[in-house]
Write a protein that binds this ligand. Structure first.
Ligand SMILES: *Cc1c(COP(=O)(O)O)cnc(C)c1O
Length: 462
């Protein structure tokens, strides 16, 4: 409450907008475009809505970039932070522990796919991925197995923006420019049934390439990193059922580790606690972040099987220690709110609820499929992408410069719904607690925004 009053008292929205443009450089944002437009400045949140400094409310239709679980300003989560704040805000995990980090680790292991036994904390998805890669790399060396220095990644993968995570990234727009700076993994396709000949053909093409690669190079490969079941940033591309299982079996047969990047898919987002569960897979290493604190504070974790942990467990002189850590690793405030988030998820039976709401969302999205420029609607749980195309029959994409996704999202924002596009794919990732009525409202706005924008685009061409 106080914060809102203070903002209103001391700075007008115009003053804040001017300071925004003067001082801030935004991520994934062309500042030349940003400066030219009216900035959206959020002052507060309540439930599944965010409110700007003018007091206008917006549905958080992308969960503040795929994070939010219980909505904003949740009393139980606020309280968890306040209580921890009265004890200690931060103390390190380097060679010592703090209470919430221990209790959260226990809960994570209880909830994770069976066989994951140890938790290594960090602060965000990219660092959880960096840690996964470095652990996999060192694992083989600690075991005295030489030469396993490479990785496998999948086409259009996104694993975060630090250098290691960028190295295993494969979205040209984001990653190409850094190529000379990066290590080079092997890249195999991610099955994209809509564009690659359907479920079976796209899966088989991928598996064939993977098997051939493993046949020839397994002795050089430490691990494969996969976005399990949903490849998020590439446009919400969904693996057919059973595909992840086959990948896991192949890797195991060839003695290559499986790293599951559950940063986007974890904590109920796809209708299971972790997406790996859809295929009954336990990865060797699992990176989690986004939903872990309900979207409140930056906490991430890398979970490993006992065999990974054991390879680092040795006499000090052997120098098998994992020499990696961050200042805020295991932050007590973050861990406390993560614990409250998980408790609330269980009290609300939220994962089962997501599976139920997903069916309702599928019904809501159905009419959109009839829109002349909607190529494909993809959805797993409450994670959905709507791929827009210029020519539906030929699946012809809109040209990048047309910025169709950006324009649809801008229209949606005017109508009171926030989301961000991935190229020509409109993202719909509502907070997991969204009610059926709220989702229905959100999809109405999105449908109008898509219809109006694509129609306008057609008129402009004629
Ligand atoms: C968002 C994301 C990341 C990066 O997480 P940050 O917290 O933004 O660093 C990594 N992998 C996947 C699959 C993601 O969606």
């Amino acid at each position: 409450m106080l914060t809102k009053e203070l903002i209103w008292l001391f700075y007008s929205p115009d003053e804040l907008a001017a300071k925004n443009k003067q001082y801030l450089w935004h991520p994934f944002t062309q500042m030349k475009d940003y400066i030219a437009e009216e900035p959206l400045i959020i002052a507060r949140g309540e439930g599944v809505k965010l409110y700007d400094v003018q007091g206008k409310g917006y549905y958080d239709g992308f969960s503040s970039v795929w994070l939010n679980v219980h909505g904003h300003n949740v009393p139980e989560l606020n309280q968890a932070i306040i209580e921890q704040l009265g004890k200690v805000a931060h103390s390190t995990l380097l060679g010592m522990a703090n209470v919430p980090s221990i209790l959260l680790a226990e809960q994570l292991i209880r909830l994770a796919p069976e066989g994951l036994t140890k938790v290594f904390y960090s602060d965000n998805g990219a660092t959880a991925v960096e840690i996964s890669l470095k652990m996999a790399f060192q694992y083989w060396q600690n075991r005295g197995i030489a030469g396993k220095h490479s990785f496998i990644t999948m086409n259009n993968a996104y694993h975060g923006d630090t250098i290691g995570a960028t190295s295993v990234g494969a979205i040209p727009l984001y990653h190409q420019v850094y190529k000379p700076l990066l290590f080079s993994p092997y890249v195999i396709p991610y099955p994209y049934p809509y564009r690659d000949g359907g479920d079976e053909a796209s899966v088989n093409a991928m598996l064939d390439q993977l098997e051939q690669l493993l046949e020839e190079k397994a002795s050089e490969i430490a691990a494969m990193i996969v976005e399990p079941v949903v490849q998020g940033a590439s446009g919400m591309i969904i693996m057919p059922n059973g595909c992840l299982k086959k990948i896991a079996e192949l890797l195991q047969a060839y003695d290559v580790l499986l790293i599951a990047d559950e940063v986007a898919t974890g904590f109920g987002r796809t209708g299971k606690m972790f997406a790996c569960e859809h295929d009954g897979v336990t990865p060797d290493i699992m990176a989690v972040a986004k939903g872990i604190t309900g979207g409140y504070l930056p906490v991430a974790a890398t979970l490993v099987k006992e065999s990974i942990y054991e390879a680092f467990y040795a006499d000090y002189e052997e120098q098998k220690t994992f020499f990696h850590g961050h200042s805020f690793t295991g932050n007590p405030l973050g861990c406390a709110v993560a614990l409250a988030n998980l408790r609330l998820m269980e009290e609300r039976n939220l994962v089962a609820e997501v599976a139920h709401k997903a069916e309702y969302l599928a019904d809501l999205l159905k009419p959109l499929a009839g829109e002349p420029h909607v190529g494909e609607i993809r959805q797993k749980g409450l994670m959905a992408g709507i791929e827009l195309v210029r020519e539906k029959d030929k699946k012809e994409p809109y040209h990048w410069n047309e910025r169709i996704g950006v324009r649809v999202c801008k229209r949606a924002r005017e109508k009171g719904l926030l989301t961000r596009p991935l190229g020509n794919v409109i993202v719909f990732i509502p907070p997991l607690v969204s009610t059926l009525e709220e989702m229905s409202d959100m999809i109405s706005i999105l449908t109008e925004a898509i219809a109006e924008t694509t129609r306008h685009c057609e008129e402009a061409v004629q």
